[in-house]
Design a binder for this molecule. Structure first.
Ligand SMILES: [Zn+2]
Length: 535
């Protein structure tokens, strides 16, 4: 099967040959660019529109995102009242659900992100309700859920996490970080395999309609391996995935054999692979759990909550690097970032020649400028969720007040890493925030809130060009994935993974990029999305 894409404005991403107007695709692979058609080619007239390599999302949570569609709708609702109404409606429509589980709500809707169990009790009091916040480090539950979990005024805070309390010590209904969140979630019955496959299939649709054809699943628990294999076997994977298995700070030594088994079970095809290990170095600034060198401005004795003992993190990163896995480290605070870099440096020192992975640090939020050159020196890919790099309420209400002005300006140094010669990639952290690469790129380019030009550009010295943003979302994520010879640029020999846009993002006003729509998407030459089919 040969296709001739004609009359297009093609950005190839290949620096030797960045622009073209037509191309041939044979059996799913780009055969030539700016060449003549062959007899028998099927003509695809692109009407002068912009064609790009399709996008890769370097950090997302497909199954959790899919689950959100299986519970009450909490996004795009009107404040706390809207969430409560949505939970009530779902409960009435699902009288047999033992637990009502939902996600995800915006933490800034309540003062300090502290939500009260009684607000949910007003909607549902006879059945347990638990909702995840968009940071996925926090839950809000009703009184029935606290009762089932046995959490009372006498329950001590766990080691990693805390129970938000009222003045009398009783639990308020908000639980922060892993161990506290687990006090509630361990009572929820797990999703069935069918529900997990449904969640993956929903996620595929959500990604593909925004032009994404590869996703780094950044948090895979053991049961999800079966779900991905089942999804593949049932033909439910319309896009490519790489899976990151989560390393646990206390049990990681026992996990090593599982890591290897899971990789063997999944295989190493570019369609579905399992070559990465996920670490959480720390938490998040808005919850005051990111590990920071100087205390939080509003709580100077609090230095956050490192998830790992740092010497254990170094040992674990070295151990998985020696096994040929790629580390993918969540690091948000300046201490968390320094220690993530230290762990990678340690792994390279002890493993020497055997160290061949392409390490990734994700989020790269509050980076001490001193550490910028270390990304190039150590060959670390900086994965940015650039949608967060603007002065939205999460930043202005919950983040900036906790760190003060100097450290506020250290956040998301995308341009600094790029100009220092470091490799960058992009991602969304969906369902934490929108998966739409056009919104995420707009913020990287403008540092402004999409659709709200009344808020000034934030830390504008870190803005990047449209070309650099597109490359970070295409060739940059392909490099992160280790698949730069398979997809990510439009070049002879690479897969025809392509996205056609409604408008030319290189020439329109940058603050309009989020309004551009995806018209068609191809993966390996097969058209897997057309906006005509959905409207
Ligand atoms: Zn994440």
């Amino acid at each position: 099967m040969s296709l001739y894409f004609a009359n297009a404005r093609i950005f190839t991403g290949d620096s030797a040959y960045p622009w073209a107007t037509n191309m041939r695709v044979v059996d799913g692979v780009v055969e030539s660019v700016d060449s003549e058609p062959n007899p028998g080619d099927v003509l695809v007239d692109l009407e002068g529109k912009l064609l790009l390599p399709s996008f890769g999302d370097g950090h997302a949570h497909p199954i959790y995102g899919g689950y959100e569609f299986l519970g009450p709708q909490l996004k795009d609702v009107d404040g706390v009242d809207g969430i409560v109404a949505s939970v009530k409606k779902f409960a009435l429509e699902h009288p047999d659900s033992e637990w009502i589980v939902g996600g995800s709500y915006e933490s800034w809707l309540a003062p300090n992100g502290e939500f009260d169990a009684r607000w949910l009790d007003a909607a549902v009091s006879d059945r347990p309700v638990v909702l995840r916040a968009t940071d996925y480090h926090t839950v809000w539950c009703n009184t029935r859920a606290l009762e089932i979990a046995g959490v009372t005024a006498e329950t001590p805070d766990p080691k990693l996490g805390w129970i938000v309390r009222r003045a009398d010590g009783s639990p308020m209904g908000t639980m922060r970080e892993w161990d506290a969140v687990d006090l509630i979630l361990k009572h929820v019955s797990p999703y069935s395999l069918d529900d997990q496959v449904r969640a993956i299939s929903i996620a595929c649709n959500e990604f593909v309609r925004t032009g994404i054809t590869w996703v780094q699943d950044a948090w895979v628990e053991p049961e999800m391996i079966e779900a991905y294999i089942a999804a593949r076997d049932r033909g439910a994977l319309s896009i490519r995935f790489n899976l990151a298995l989560r390393a646990d700070p206390t049990t990681w030594r026992n996990q090593l054999s599982w890591f290897v088994d899971a990789r063997n079970q999944i295989g190493t095809s570019p369609e579905l692979s399992c070559s990465t290990i996920k670490f959480f170095a720390d938490g998040v600034i808005e919850g005051a759990t990111a590990a920071v060198v100087e205390g939080y401005s509003d709580d100077p004795h609090n230095h956050g909550m490192p998830v790992w003992d740092w010497s254990e993190l170094r040992e674990c990163v070295a151990a998985i690097d020696a096994l040929g896995f790629q580390p993918h480290i969540h690091a948000i605070g300046d201490e968390g970032l320094t220690e993530a870099l230290n762990a990678i440096e340690h792994a390279q020192r002890v493993n020497g020649e055997a160290s061949h992975s392409r390490p990734v640090i994700t989020h790269v939020q509050m980076l001490n400028p001193r550490d910028i050159p270390r990304f190039v020196e150590l060959g670390v890919v900086a994965n940015f969720e650039s949608l967060w790099a603007c002065n939205d309420p999460l930043q202005s209400e919950l983040t900036a007040p906790r760190i003060g002005h100097e450290r506020e300006m250290w956040q998301y140094p995308i341009r600094s890493i790029l100009t220092s010669g470091g490799a960058i990639s992009m991602g969304s952290d969906w369902p934490v925030s929108s998966q739409n690469p056009l919104e995420c790129m707009e913020v990287a380019i403008t540092r402004m809130v999409p659709g709200d030009t009344s808020i000034e550009a934030w830390n504008p010295a870190e803005r990047i060009s449209v070309i650099d943003a597109v490359k970070a979302y295409t060739a940059g994520t392909a490099f992160q994935a280790g698949y730069e010879t398979v997809w990510g640029t439009i070049r002879p020999g690479l897969a025809a993974d392509l996205v056609l846009l409604s408008d030319d993002i290189f020439t329109i006003e940058p603050t309009k990029i989020h309004t551009v729509t995806v018209e068609r998407v191809w993966r390996a030459g097969n058209k897997i999305f057309s906006h005509n089919d959905v409207s």
